[in-house]
Design a protein around this ligand. Structure first.
Ligand code: HEM
Length: 433
């Protein structure tokens, strides 16, 4: 038997899931407890859990029995079949091993200068006389950083040629309504008004630019000496000496862009949304920056990702029957650790709703209690990259400008964008003491 379904009407479920995602998930937990079942699509059953023991079991379980690829299938039209996010089993591990070395923390630290330079230029252009949503600026920064650090495109004209169609494509997929329409119409209906047709046109242009870049990189005699992720992927070989094909490279580059751009920008917007509403935290951060430290900033980043995780859950499809928390789940059902609910458990985090970075100053986050980057062989490949980028970008903001909240109230609601939970007003801030 599956765990209970929340006692909400079908309509309330669909609307809540899309438009009021955090209220919805909290209502489900209030109604059903640590395990509840949702049917996001016909024939698909997902058991959400915030039970720490079950979460640990998912992350320490056999990956051959807990497939992640199926859970990311809504992104398949964008990512392509060769994406590490969609693969499982041996092929997933092969891609993951090729992707891991360029994302190693030590190697990433070599890109800190680029991150700071990008942030300084963007922050200098922030309006000084009015409140504004910081998310679009953060998106511009993280896109530029991905294009430089991952794609290795330093020339601004080339970056625009590649970046513009990619940005338009990502924006198209950011709206949950459009994503839903795309899923509903599917690739079969290609009439003139089909959202699929528009999407396919945008994707074809973006793909053409990515393939241009792949051809250029393959022909580059200096590629071996370059330190961007793309050049390293072109040179990477698996244990059988095989390289990634052009199509696999395209899919992985698109994956890194989709997985790394919006997520990090959203986390940065949430961090500022929280910081400006906590003047004591803000003052301590600025003092720490002036003294050249980062320990408190790192704690603020961890606390932001705890209380406002940008990816709300991870999903694994069972390949065999398994038992979680006394519930016997059949093969084919998915289990989804709810990052959002786990991070708000009072037994793990006393006064869980309080934004209190100090809780991470004297203790490192628990591997199975703090999971903004998921876990197991699927743990986020870009976690070191994202944490470094957050530290560098927030450091620049804190050093360069005094800030205030740009809207009233004790915080912004949450809005769903593609795979992320974002601040509903984009993180409104005001530059000025
Ligand atoms: C704050 C920023 C980010 C957050 C919160 C985040 C979160 C996540 C989460 C929750 C997963 C799924 C893990 C699982 O299923 O257990 C994931 C996977 C992944 N992320 Fe991130 N991510 C971030 C930034 C990045 C960046 C910057 C990159 C690369 C440029 C990246 C690349 C990936 C990739 C390739 C995967 C798939 C790993 C696999 O399936 O083996 N992410 N991320």
């Amino acid at each position: 038997m599956l765990p209970p379904r929340p006692g909400l009407s079908r309509w309330a479920m669909s609307v809540g899931f899309m438009l009021r995602p955090t209220d919805f998930v909290e209502a489900c937990a209030a109604d059903c407890g640590d395990f509840f079942t949702l049917r996001p699509a016909p024939g698909r059953q997902v058991v959400f859990t915030s039970d720490p023991q079950a979460v640990r079991q998912v992350f320490t379980g056999d990956p051959a029995l807990l497939h992640a690829g199926a859970g990311n299938v809504t992104l398949a039209p964008l990512l392509g079949p060769g994406s590490v996010l969609l693969l499982d089993g041996a092929e997933h591990l092969r891609h993951r091993k090729l992707l891991l070395p360029p994302f190693h923390g030590d190697r990433m630290r070599g890109h800190a200068d680029v991150m700071r330079e990008v942030a300084e230029r963007h922050v200098a252009r922030w309006p000084r006389d009015r409140a504004f949503a910081v998310l679009p600026s953060m998106q511009a920064m993280t896109l530029e950083i991905i294009l430089r650090v991952v794609f290795g495109v330093s020339d601004p004209v080339a970056r625009q040629r590649l970046g513009d169609p990619l940005r338009v494509l990502l924006e198209e997929m950011a709206s949950p309504v459009r994503l839903l329409a795309l899923g509903l119409t599917g690739s079969r209906r290609r009439g003139p008004l089909s959202p699929w047709r528009r999407f396919a046109r945008l994707r074809a242009l973006a793909d053409a630019r990515v393939h241009e870049e792949i051809a250029r990189r393959r022909a580059d005699p200096d590629a071996a000496g370059r330190d961007d992720v793309f050049s390293m992927l072109v040179a990477a070989r698996d244990e059988q000496g095989r390289a990634l094909t052009d199509d696999e490279l395209r899919d992985e580059l698109m994956t890194l862009l989709v997985a790394g751009h919006e997520t990090t920008a959203t986390a940065l917007a949430w961090a500022l949304e929280r910081i400006v509403r906590h003047p004591a935290v803000h003052a301590r951060l600025r003092a720490e920056q002036a003294a050249g430290g980062t320990a408190y900033l790192d704690a603020v980043i961890r606390e932001t990702l705890r209380l406002r995780p940008v990816v709300p859950a991870v999903v694994r499809e069972l390949q065999a029957p398994m038992t979680f928390g006394g519930w016997d789940l059949p093969a084919g059902v998915s289990i989804a650790p709810s990052i959002y609910l786990l991070h708000r458990r009072p037994d793990l985090y006393p006064e869980p709703l309080a934004f209190r970075p100090e809780r991470f100053l004297d203790r490192a986050p628990g591997t199975y209690e703090w999971i903004p980057f998921g876990g197991s062989v699927r743990r986020c490949l870009g976690a070191s990259f994202a944490l470094l980028e957050m530290r560098e970008l927030l450091g620049v903001v804190l050093r360069e400008v005094p800030l205030r909240a740009g809207s009233r109230g004790d915080g912004e609601a949450t809005r769903r964008r593609t795979v992320t939970f974002a601040p509903a007003d984009g993180g409104r801030i005001l530059v000025g003491a």
